[in-house]
Each structure stands twice: as C-alpha cells, then as structure tokens.
Design a protein around this ligand. Structure first.
Ligand code: APR
Length: 228
C-alpha cells in the first residue's frame, strides 16, 4: 500500500499536441477535417466501415511515429513523489511510453482491436485494419476505441480513482465530452485541483481551479515546482 499521496490526472488531446498529434476542437483539429458522426460512431461504422477503419489506420500511423513530450515525461517523473494514476481520454500510448505506470484509457487504445461480436477479447494491432479482417470468432475486427454513443466501460473505475485523490490535475482537455468531463465533479471537496491548458476552458468548478495557463510541457514543469 503506497504511503505516497494519490495524485490523479485527467488528460486530453492537448497533452499530446506537443508530440505533433492533432487535438479535436482546436483550429485545424481532427473534427475540422471529418464529420465526427461519420468516423466515430457505431452508425458511421455501419454505414461505411472502411472510412472509419481508414480514419483510425491513419491515426495509428501518426501515433506510431510520435514521441512523448515534456508533459508526458513530467507526469511520469511525479511518480517519484506521488502515487500517480493517469486517467486519459487519449487513445495514444504516449503516457505509457513516457514511463507512467498506471494509465486508465477511458476512450480505448489505438494499438488495440477487437471483434464486433466480442467486447472482451482484445488483440494488439500495429498495422491497418481493413474490411474483411476478422477475429477468430468470425466477427469483423474494429478498433478498441469508445465511439460516441457507446458505453465507457472504464468510467466506474475512473470515478473511484478520482474520488480517492489527494491532488487532482486536469491537463489538455476542453472538458466538453461527457461522461469523461463529469469526472471533475467526483474530486473530494477539500483537495487542490490544478488545470493546465494553453487556453483554460470554463468548467462548472472553475472557482476551485488552480490555473496554469500554458502549454502542457511548460505547464507540467510549473505544476511540479508547485508540488515538489
Ligand atoms: N498544451 C496544453 N493544452 C493544449 C495544447 C497544448 N500544447 N494544445 C491544445 N490544448 C488544449 C486546448 O485548449 C483544449 O482545451 O487541449 C484541449 C483539447 O481539447 P479537445 O480537442 O476537445 O480534446 P479532448 O478534450 O481530449 O476531447 C475529448 O472528445 O472527440 C472526443 O474522444 C475524443 O477523447 C476525445 C474527447
């Protein structure tokens, strides 16, 4: 049982921006180039599975060549001082590659896939998935990603983790997508909540937030100087 204080992080696409990965809602973000309902919903997958598979095939290639940045590395380094759990909305593996040892992916993982017939059997994937690629159960393979309108299986786990936090840090998320954004409401009343963002979004708990309005790399350094 760790005697270290529990530091819980909720991260979003903004922490991977400095690794060259697009966010969703910034200008030139992913949702500017695509109709989210065509490429990130079960209906979209049903209507045009290859379009959806290609959308994630491209993102898988982008993630494979991206490297963790100072934001990811700084959070991993905080494990020397705190019992750190990262709850991320990101599907990239940059937190893990930076050395974070406890990462909960709320929206799935780009290097994992599963059969459309089976939620539980997960396979690793580094290359492309195409229509006609099937799992041993005969089902079409799909990315192990949580699309809009789908359940978020890790939500309960994430709520439990946030509700036990001694320190809560929100970094690089516009807090516009629920239920992930609602996690901020589960932080205990008496703990400090830091928010790191280059343009801090308005939230229901804005009055409580300790604001670090800068890019993730610099912002995590600033956070570390306040915590350690
Ligand atoms: N450093 C810090 N913050 C940044 C940086 C940066 N270099 N660049 C952008 N940001 C901030 C933006 O200001 C914004 O608040 O990161 C946030 C990115 O917000 P979104 O693009 O909405 O990404 P996110 O909040 O992760 O989206 C949540 O929406 O589309 C779904 O499933 C998808 O997981 C995603 C979810």
């Amino acid at each position: 049982m760790s005697s270290k204080k529990k530091l819980v992080v909720l991260s979003g696409a903004g922490i991977s921006a400095e690794s060259g990965l697009k966010t969703f809602r910034d200008s030139d973000g992913l949702w500017e180039g695509y109709n989210v309902y065509e490429v990130a919903t079960p209906r979209g997958f049903k209507a045009n599975p290859q379009l959806v598979l290609d959308f994630y095939n491209m993102r898988r290639k982008d993630v494979a060549i991206a490297l963790p940045n100072d934001g990811h590395k700084g959070l991993a380094a905080l494990e020397q001082y705190f019992d750190v759990t990262i709850i991320t909305q990101n599907i990239d593996d940059l937190h893990e590659r930076a050395g974070s040892s406890k990462v909960v992916h709320l929206h799935g993982e780009i290097f994992k896939m599963r059969s459309v017939l089976d939620y539980d059997t997960i396979y690793d994937i580094r290359g492309d998935i195409n229509v006609g690629d099937t799992a041993p159960d005969g089902g079409q393979l799909r990315p192990h990603i949580v699309w809009f309108e789908e359940q978020v299986p890790m939500l309960e786990t994430a709520v439990d983790i946030v509700s036990m936090a001694d320190i809560f840090v929100v970094v690089g998320t516009s807090l516009q997508v629920y239920p992930a954004a609602g996690l901020v409401n589960y932080a205990p009343e008496d703990i400090p909540i830091y928010i790191i963002d280059k343009k801090i979004p308005h939230t229901s708990i804005s009055s409580r937030l300790i604001r670090i309005e800068m890019g993730a790399g610099e912002g995590v350094k600033e956070l570390t100087s306040k915590l350690v």
